[in-house]
Design a protein around this ligand. Structure first.
Ligand code: ZN
Length: 248
């Protein structure tokens, strides 16, 4: 059903509908405000379960919708004892945590790190049971258009990635195309872009770019660069041949 703006009768009806919606929402807002008002919560806490029934009953028939007569609200228990935590805080020295930044735990770096340390990039796409179809579409679109190293579907957390994901790796020359392309085609997914240097731990924790929001990355357990058994630099070996001309 559509209303023509030239039809005065239906325009009036639309306006009337809008007014009724606003009024109805106002009533609901007021009901919640009444339920949650500090004065009403004071009645609950002060007089216990018996008075709580009165507090809800006092709002009238409409306000008690959905509450059966045997309803017993949760009443928080009285405080007991003293928390054992933080008792000595006043005696402890002010903490100065070590910097987690790679390479210079105790001071600022003396000079910038050369950008040419970046040998390639990874894009990790995160999804869940509500967004997997978007991930599948974006994976298909990407593989049709870019010569990337396409990884498998990971339906469980894998490595530092804490939710289902897939990734593709790409060479540095594609960065100025893939970043704007993902900005416009993310479909709202959370996407982590990280460089591949000789420090994979830092690549995942400190050198990141995110499309949309970020999410936790559990890479703190990865070995730091320069320590024994540290992971080696990740190489990109493209395994996809594009079949679709990139839209410009
Ligand atoms: Zn990666």
């Amino acid at each position: 059903m559509s209303h023509s703006p030239r039809d005065p009768e239906s325009s009036e009806r639309v306006a009337q509908d809008a007014v009724e919606r606003v009024v109805r929402n106002t009533e609901i807002d007021q009901r919640w405000a009444d339920w949650l008002a500090p004065t009403r919560r004071g009645i609950l806490r002060g007089a216990g379960v018996a008075a709580a029934g009165l507090a809800f009953g006092g709002l009238g028939a409409e306000a008690s919708d959905g509450l059966d007569s045997g309803f017993t609200p949760i009443v928080p228990p009285k405080d007991q004892g003293v928390s054992p935590w933080g008792l000595d805080t006043a005696k402890e020295p002010t903490p100065r945590p070590k910097s987690l930044w790679p390479g210079h735990p105790d001071r600022l770096p003396e000079k910038p790190r050369p950008y040419t340390d970046i040998k390639s990039y990874h894009a990790h796409f995160y999804f869940d049971e509500d967004s997997y179809e978007k991930a599948a579409l974006l994976r298909k679109w990407s593989a049709e258009r870019f010569p990337v190293e396409l990884g498998n579907w990971n339906l469980e957390p894998r490595g530092p990635h804490v939710t289902p994901s897939f990734y593709f790796g790409f060479t540095n020359d594609l960065l100025p195309i893939i970043v704007p392309w993902l900005q416009l085609n993310s479909l709202g997914l959370t996407i982590l872009l990280h460089p591949n240097t000789d420090d994979p731990r830092a690549d995942h924790l400190y050198y990141t770019l995110w499309v949309n929001r970020s999410q936790p990355v559990n890479a703190y357990g990865m070995k730091r660069a320069g320590t024994p058994d540290a992971p080696v630099i990740e190489k990109i070996l493209p395994n996809i041949k594009p079949t679709v001309k990139l839209e410009v």
